[in-house]
Structure formats: structure tokens, C-alpha cells
Design a protein around this ligand. Structure first.
Ligand SMILES: [Zn+2]
Ligand SMILES: [Zn+2]
Length: 174
């Protein structure tokens, strides 16, 4: 959603609290496409601090389907995404510290979905498990070991070993 914040940019110490609906229906990154199954409006507080900077504070609560790191079963995962940005005001123009910051600014309009996208990326969970003792999939035949043993000969059956396997998988992605 595009929100015109020119009134905040142009008046010193102005503060505005907004409730903005989330337009994203899925989250896409190089890791894949993840459907957003639940969302509540984002709360954003925008403050003009002494005409020098613009502070954006807020949060978003989302439910996202993310595959289990071990067995790949989709898990409805709650993401609580804090939003914290400080932008610089120069001659009534707003600038971010990082190049990505300009992506969610269009003139004096704030693109709240792009802002949220960047914050989701920053807060993406390292690991999602369907249950903490998920047994993962068989490395030999690919069967879901939570459904029972497939009979393949494997050296590791221990959930502690499964977490070591996660680390190996992580290296493979790089
Ligand atoms: Zn699992
Ligand atoms: Zn097997």
C-alpha cells in the first residue's frame, strides 16, 4: 500500500500512527515462495524528529507456510516482524542509510508492503520444524520417517543426528 507521508516530512515533530493492511499474499525470496495464510493490519508509528530524521516503528503479525527444515512438510509458522527504520530528512526529501531503503520510498510516499518485505527478510527464521523431534526424511529413499521406518540401512536415526544433517543442508544451499 502506498501512503503519502508528505505531511509528516514537512512538519517538525509531527507524529502519526497508522493501521495499514498488508497487501502481500506470499513472500518470495531466493529460498522460494511462501504463502501468507494469515495477517493482521500492520501498526506503524511515524515520527518526524526535529526535521532531521523520520522514525518508523511498528510491527506486523503474519502466518506463513514454511516447509519443515527436516521433512519438508508445510508448517503454519507465526512471524512477528518488528519494524524499525530511521531515515534522514534532507531538504524535504527522505533518504535511507542503505540502498534498499530507497526501494520502499517513492517521492513522499511510503510503500508499506515493500518496507514489510525487507523486514520479513531480515527476520526470516533460520529453521522451522514441524515438531522438535521430527525425524526427517530417509536419505536413501526419501520416505518420511515420521510415518514409520522405511527399512533402509542408514547410520543415523537419532534426532540429534538430524540436526547435524540440517547443518549439512545449509552448506549445500550456499
Ligand atoms: Zn518435519
Ligand atoms: Zn528409506
Amino acid at each position: 500500500m502506498l501512503i503519502d507521508i508528505s505531511d509528516i516530512i514537512s512538519s517538525e515533530n509531527k507524529e502519526r500512527t497508522l493501521e495499514v493492511s498488508v497487501g502481500l499474499t506470499s513472500f518470495e525470496s531466493r529460498l522460494g515462495k511462501f504463502p501468507i495464510i494469515q495477517k493482521s493490519p500492520m501498526e506503524l508509528q511515524i515520527v518526524n524528529r526535529e526535521n532531521k530524521s523520520l522514525l518508523i516503528h511498528g510491527k506486523a503479525d503474519l502466518g506463513v507456510m514454511i516447509p519443515c527444515s527436516r521433512c519438508l512438510k508445510e508448517v503454519a509458522t507465526d512471524l512477528h516482524v518488528p519494524i524499525d527504520k530511521e531515515l534522514t530528512i534532507e531538504a524535504s526529501e527522505v533518504r535511507g542509510e542503505e540502498p534498499e531503503d530507497t526501494v520502499f520510498l517513492e517521492g513522499t510516499c511510503l510503500d508499506t508492503d515493500r518496507l514489510l518485505y525487507g523486514e520479513i527478510l531480515m527476520n526470516w527464521p533460520m529453521k522451522v520444524l514441524c515438531s522438535k523431534d521430527c525425524r526427517g526424511i530417509c536419505r536413501v529413499c526419501g520416505a518420511d520417517l515420521n510415518a514409520g521406518d522405511c527399512g533402509c540401512q542408514r547410520t543415523e536415526l537419532d534426532p540429534r543426528m538430524a540436526s547435524i544433517q540440517d547443518i549439512f543442508n545449509k552448506f549445500k544451499e550456499v
